[in-house]
Design a protein around this ligand. Structure first.
Ligand SMILES: Cc1cc2nc3c(=O)[nH]c(=O)nc-3n(C[C@H](O)[C@H](O)[C@H](O)COP(=O)(O)OP(=O)(O)OC[C@H]3O[C@@H](n4cnc5c(N)ncnc54)[C@H](O)[C@@H]3O)c2cc1C
Length: 447
């Protein structure tokens, strides 16, 4: 009999498999690609990153940094691969997606305790320790199985991705390199607009035709990943205060900020592809090309990947999961990754990390781990398993999710930035104490 099944070889699944296998368990990692493809993945590699290559801010004192640091200190496979394949991205951590996925695939293949099975799993294995990490694009057959198990008839809503253009098709006599407020040198390419250019772009955008969706009126969008045309429909200036804000991006020629700006982020180590930051959309391809080419600097843009919509499957975790990521009904069954209702690459990795360790502990009849309440992983698990949550929606890690600091600290550090810095330091101290204790116990148990 397999000791642990991990279903889904995405970001959460590889981390879960790695942690369980390093704890001594034999793991079967099921990945349906390339036998069955998803609408977003392009390769058969494990841990394929499907959209932006950014793993978000790595600035000390930020919530995404805390999450990364917990994973780094926890021996995360994904964070090690990110370190080895990073590309310049200012204060953010971004990776060469191809090299990143190749490295992880090699490491998993080479692990003596992991067997990779290329197969679509259609039923939930009964009475075996199993982690379901099939992500936002869980196959239809398994989605139906999960619906049966949870009693839910609505497991999804819609999300959108941003377009990517070829670097050598960007007109650099108009566009310029700079990072916002000078953080990170010249890591981004920026396309500036004056008022007239902005208004022309805006009008083209709101009049462009979208790909029709079934029952579109009933579509639920994820608020922090709204398609750009949906944001635009909220008012002419919403883009200038959102994804097209010019703040901190003065024109090299005048030193003044433009009326609006489009930022493009490097996609790979070769720097031959750039994605339009915040430009996720679901316009028809012809319309999309026409609208994007009205952006100064992108008049002749060669579009390598168009913006698209995609399904986002997630369970009603507050009713289903414990903080350990086990299901309430079946302690041998775990969920991890985006399907739990966390949103984002590293949030998925964080839940995979904990589910992998816990699955291995069940095997050894050990107490299961609950991550410290001050930690980012602890906060995410608490959020998804909190029965009090009304209108459960996927979340990224933010300070709003973390356990609040003491009144003394709030009084002492009135400046939010400073307070967040202290909060992250304290959280990491808790994390180190907790992690060294569980590591020590598990080493002793193996001796
Ligand atoms: C189009 C798109 C764009 C996105 N853009 C971003 C972004 O820019 N930034 C961000 O942070 N997050 C983004 N996300 C969310 C992103 O997918 C997640 O953050 C992350 O990939 C989730 O990790 P995961 O391991 O849960 O799922 P995934 O990484 O999707 O992995 C799930 C794996 O399970 C496999 N699988 C599915 N069903 C089965 C089955 N029945 N049997 C076997 N294998 C199966 C899939 O093939 C896949 O490899 C995007 C998602 C999509 C779909």
């Amino acid at each position: 009999m397999n000791e642990i099944n991990v279903i889904g070889g995405g970001l959460a699944g590889v981390e879960a498999a790695w942690q369980a296998a390093n704890s001594g368990a034999k793991v079967k990692l099921y990945e349906m690609r390339p036998v069955v493809q998803t609408p977003a993945h392009r390769t058969d590699l494990l841990a394929e990153i499907v959209c932006s290559n950014s793993l978000k801010s790595d600035e000390k004192g930020s919530a995404p940094y805390l999450l990364k640091e917990e994973l780094r200190r926890g021996g995360s496979l994904v964070m090690e691969a990110a370190r080895q394949t990073k590309v310049p991205a200012g204060a953010a951590l971004a990776v060469d997606r191809g090299k990143f996925a190749e490295l992880i695939t090699q490491k998993i293949k080479a692990h003596k305790n992991i067997e990779i099975v290329r197969e679509e799993v259609k039923t939930i294995p009964a009475d075996e320790i199993t982690i379901i990490a099939t992500g936002p694009l869980t196959s239809d057959a398994l989605t139906l199985e999960i619906m049966k198990m949870t009693g839910d008839d609505q497991l999804y809503f819609y999300d959108a991705i941003a377009p990517i253009v070829a670097a050598d098709s960007i007109n650099m006599s108009v566009a310029f390199k700079a990072a916002r407020y000078g953080k990170g040198g010249d890591d981004y390419i920026n396309c500036p607009m004056d008022k007239e250019q902005y208004e022309r772009f805006y009008n083209e955008l709101v009049e462009a035709k979208s790909v029709p969706l079934k029952r579109f009126e009933e579509t639920h969008w994820f608020e922090s990943c709204l398609p750009i045309e949906e944001i635009a429909r909220r008012g002419i200036d919403t883009l200038r205060f959102g994804p097209m804000k010019p703040k901190g991006l003065p024109l090299p020629s005048t030193g003044k900020e433009p009326y609006a700006a489009v930022q493009l982020r490097q996609e790979n180590l070769m720097a031959d592809a750039y994605s339009l930051v915040g430009f996720q959309n679901h316009l028809k391809y012809g319309e999309q090309k026409r609208v994007l080419q009205t952006i100064p600097g992108l008049e002749n843009a060669d579009i390598l990947q168009y913006g698209q919509i995609h399904r986002n499957t997630f369970i009603n975790s507050p009713q289903i999961l414990r903080e350990t990521l086990q299901t309430k009904k079946n302690p041998k069954l775990f969920f991890a990754g985006q399907i739990t209702g966390v949103e984002g690459y590293l949030e998925s990795v964080g839940t995979g990390w904990l589910a992998g360790l816990n699955a291995a502990r069940i095997l050894r009849n050990e107490d299961l781990l609950v991550a410290p309440e001050t930690s980012a992983i602890g906060a995410l698990c608490r959020y998804v398993s909190n029965v009090e949550t009304k209108n459960f929606q996927p979340v990224n890690i933010t300070f709003g999710l973390l356990a609040p600091v003491s009144v003394e600290i709030r009084k002492k550090y009135r400046n939010k930035r400073e307070r967040h810095g202290v909060q992250v330091e304290l959280a990491l101290k808790d994390w180190d104490e907790w992690f060294s204790k569980i590591n020590k116990n598990s080493l002793e148990a193996h001796q």
